[in-house]
Ligand binder design. Structure first.
Ligand code: CU
Length: 505
């Protein structure tokens, strides 16, 4: 980011292009040997003069798309038209949630302006909305960040104007009571205030935002799930998501780039409660503009993004493959949905990395499309679920949950993991097999004449329908033939058997 004649390049030893003009900046001579304490001048230097030219309508984009650089060299009047919509959308496969959105998406539309611009903000609340809403932009200098001037009833519009005095990447959010509930329902987004000279050129820019969600049903419990106020107060997130849905950034929706390209991610955290330990598995951030500020740190593995905060990360892609965007509070990634993917195509570079292309340990059931799981969820809802649909969905879940031990074809590992393929033990007792998945198994067992004496941990974090589908799959594949297992049967075993200490529900 260029700052009044100095650029941050100066921080890494390049020559500054001109003299420091801001009175608060140290004299150039003082910067010769040490990294200079440059100063952008903050909001005091953000008024770059009166607006010039005709008003411009801001090009708003839906995540993960970022609007192009403004390319402007003078302050402009920028008109922002943002509409609040309350929409029921998938939060996970087969799970719907009524989100409250800025612009129809979670996170809301990305707004990009230049420092010194004057924003004429029009906030509309769609007539179908049930709730009033407003907006607090962290880029606003003024009490409430715009919230006081933007309270908008359904079917109404409000308007306020502000000058973007500070450069940086800022969160905006709804601040209507109960504030936590409006934020928890997805009412947040990012606004970028470019430095006067713009950001340095990169090949790709992406918009990703984390949020935590609280539903009455358990993680991945199917159907329309209402908001759970008590869980939100207790900060017991059911979902922690990137871009508002488990499917937002995986499979066909993955971010895409090519080897040799430089990527910039504007990463925000809407909260409402949790801070994010943002990490990209398989990459190192070449630059992190921590907390969305002006200075950057280099060579960073994981960066902390507070609730109501944002950061800019940049990295160059050296080798192809699938890189995973995660919250490194890692249960959130594997058990609450905080996972995105960046798929990178291009030539291998074995000198940098020799490994296999996709690391299935990490991606598991998310590697391919989850159409089968969606179809089974619809069948369950409609009461038309077939054994074939259960097998299809169960196969995907098996790959993500069981195959690490029992192996891809159910063959097991001699003396370590018993086989499920043609397993006499598995097929002898349906209710027992349900109990094994829910409660685990330890002690000596004999499967197809071979003894095992090990420990299988309980898998009770899976829902009844997930266990039913997995068991229907293993009981009808790998050389086994048996009846389907229903969610009702799993539910019965769950209620009749105690979970071992420490197991999930
Ligand atoms: Cu709201």
């Amino acid at each position: 980011m260029r700052i009044h004649g100095l650029t941050l390049l100066a921080l890494v030893g390049c020559q500054a292009p001109g003299p420091a003009v801001h009175p608060g900046a140290p004299p150039a001579a003082a910067m010769a040997s040490v990294a200079p304490a440059t100063d952008t001048g903050g909001s005091a230097a953000g008024d770059l003069g009166p607006v010039q030219g005709a008003p411009i309508e801001a090009a708003l984009t839906s995540p993960p798309v970022v609007p192009p650089p403004t390319g402007r060299k003078v302050p402009a009047k920028v008109v922002v038209n943002l509409e609040v919509r309350e929409l029921t959308l998938p939060i996970s496969t087969g799970v719907d949630y009524t989100f409250w959105t800025f612009g129809g998406t979670v996170p809301g539309s990305f707004i990009r302006v230049r420092q010194g611009d004057t924003l004429e903000f029009h906030l509309r609340n769609h007539p179908d909305s049930k709730m009033p809403h407003n907006i607090d932009l962290h880029a606003v200098t003024g009490p409430g960040g715009g919230a006081a001037s933007s309270f908008t009833a359904p079917g109404h519009e409000s308007r306020f104007t502000f000058k973007a005095l500070n450069q940086g990447i800022f969160v905006y959010h709804c601040a209507t009571a109960p504030v936590g509930m409006h934020v928890a329902n997805g009412m947040y987004g990012l606004i970028l205030v470019e430095p006067p000279e713009g950001l340095r050129r990169v090949d790709r820019e992406f918009y990703v935002m984390q949020g935590d969600f609280y539903t009455v049903g358990k993680y991945r419990e199917k159907g329309l799930q209402p908001f759970d106020m008590q869980k939100a107060i207790d900060e017991h997130a059911t979902y922690v998501l990137l871009n508002g849905s488990e499917g937002a950034l995986v499979g066909d929706n993955a971010l895409k780039a090519r080897v040799g390209e430089t990527v910039r991610i504007f990463f925000g955290n809407g909260g409402p409660n949790l801070v994010s330990s943002f990490h990209v598995i398989g990459e190192i951030f070449d630059r992190v503009y921590a907390e969305g500020g002006t200075r950057y740190q280099e060579n960073v593995q994981t960066t902390l993004v507070p609730a109501g905060g944002a950061t800019i990360v940049e990295f160059r892609l050296e080798v192809p493959g699938t890189y995973l965007l995660v919250d490194h509070s890692i249960f959130r990634t594997f058990n609450k949905g905080a996972l995105g993917m960046l798929k990178v195509e291009g030539a291998e570079n074995k000198g940098i990395y020799s490994g296999k292309e996709v690391d299935s340990v990490y991606i598991a059931d998310k590697a391919e499309s989850d159409e089968a799981i969606a179809t089974a969820a619809e069948g369950l809802k409609a009461g038309t679920l077939t054994t074939e649909q259960q097998i299809e969905a169960g196969g995907k879940l098996y790959a993500g949950t069981c195959s690490a031990c029992h192996q891809a074809e159910g063959q097991g590992l001699p003396s370590v993991f018993p086989p499920l393929a043609k397993s006499d033990f598995l097929m002898a007792d349906k209710a027992r097999s349900i109990g094994i998945v829910l409660n685990g198994l330890s002690g000596k067992v004999t499967v197809n004449g071979a003894d095992f004496n090990s420990v299988m941990p309980p898998m009770s974090q899976l829902n009844d329908d997930e266990v039913a589908n997995i068991l229907t799959f293993v009981r009808n594949r790998f050389g086994n033939t048996g009846e389907a297992v229903s969610a009702a049967e799993v539910k019965a075993v769950r209620s009749q058997t105690p979970r071992p200490p420490g197991a999930a529900h």
